[in-house]
Design a protein. Structure first.
Length: 359
């Protein structure tokens, strides 16, 4: 009897061992008796990938602020062909706990329905916040679904993500021109924001904004705290740039550069400004060109012709009123003088005749 009890105990242990192994290798089964399992987990941090990760393992490659982290989760329907049950409405939820200023980052996606013995995967992506503390963060992966009988299945998987920072690092979070294309209006605004994503304070950080062709030259000096959740770890400013009217049409690159770590490190960002022709100025230039044209006229005849719109017009000469000879004042004067002379001649003749008879 004692031997029988020992054999039964060994048999029970052999039955339990696979279940324990399943809860670690294929996830922690919460509901459904292990009919929905997580059979593969790959994690890509930046450009580096950790494949076939084990339950509870720490991801080998550390993440940095701003890194992209991708989780590829494979789920399997563990029902047998004989059971012939499909698991539907499968949802995958991944949570990185307390990473965002003590708040979680959480994303979810779906896996299409799985027939018995089949598997499929989904990839879920995160971007590590720029404002983040160094440290280790728990990652919880939950896969849930429901079979055709209405039974809920749930399995969980746990990983650990490590976040590290550079000793000295300052990044641009904004470097934008408004507007980025100008015509007649010649004022633009350049909005700049930088953040200290390194593990050290940064003193005497220098920001320079330049473009020689546009006459742009700005310089600012400031300090940045190493506390990612402190406003003093960030610098923001908007610069107003007046573009001269004589600047030619074209594309101009405005460069922003921040220098830190006692002048040993720098980060650059660029913004392109497109300058196009202003129609108003183009019309004014055409008018000025027309005014400067000198027209040479040929020699003018004695009686000039006026040419207008292709028609020759003879100019009108002054009109003099014509009068008859008898109506003219000169004729009347001559007539009176003539009559007086005739009278004088007649008198002289009469006196001459009288004198001759008296002798």
């Amino acid at each position: 009897m004692k031997t029988l009890n020992v054999m039964i105990g060994l048999f029970m242990i052999l039955l339990i061992v696979p279940i324990v192994l399943a809860s670690t290798e294929f996830g922690n089964v919460i509901k459904g008796g292990g009919k929905l399992l997580i059979t593969d987990v790959d994690v890509k941090v930046g450009s580096k990938t950790d494949k076939n990760m084990d339950f509870g393992e720490t991801i080998k490659h550390e993440a940095r602020p701003g890194d992209t982290v991708k989780f590829t989760i494979e789920a399997t329907n563990n029902f047998t062909n004989a059971e012939d049950l499909e698991i539907e409405d499968i949802e995958v939820t991944i949570t990185i706990e307390d990473i965002d200023d003590d708040s979680d980052l959480e994303e979810e996606d779906d896996i299409k329905d799985l027939k018995d013995g089949k598997d499929n995967d989904v990839t879920i992506e995160f971007i590590i916040p720029l404002e983040v503390d160094e440290g280790d963060y728990d990652v919880l992966i939950v896969v849930e679904g429901e079979d055709e009988n209405g039974t809920t299945h749930e399995v969980q998987y746990e990983l650990e993500l490590e976040v590290e920072k550079e000793d000295n690092e300052v990044l641009f979070t904004r470097n934008t021109l408004t507007p980025s294309e100008i015509k007649c209006s010649r004022n633009v605004q350049l909005s700049i924001a930088v953040i200290n994503t390194g593990a050290s304070d940064e003193d005497d950080v220098t920001l320079e904004v330049t473009n020689a062709e546009l006459g742009v030259s700005f310089r600012e000096t400031f300090d940045l705290s190493d506390d990612p959740f402190d406003d003093d770890s960030k610098f923001r400013k908007t610069f107003t740039i007046a573009i001269p009217q004589e600047v030619e049409v074209g594309i101009y690159t405005i460069q922003s550069q921040v220098t830190f770590d006692d002048g040993n490190d720098r980060e650059t960002a660029t913004a392109e400004l497109i300058v196009t022709q202003c129609e108003i100025f183009a019309e004014e230039e055409e008018e000025e060109e027309e005014e400067e044209v000198v027209v040479v006229q040929p020699p003018v005849d004695t009686i000039p012709n006026v040419i207008s719109a292709g028609t020759v017009t003879t100019p009108t000469l002054p009109v003099t009123e014509e009068k008859s000879l008898f109506e003219s004042s000169g004729f009347l004067v001559a007539l009176v003088v003539g009559e007086v002379l005739l009278v004088l001649i007649a008198i002289l003749l009469v006196m001459a005749v009288i004198k001759r008879r008296s002798q």
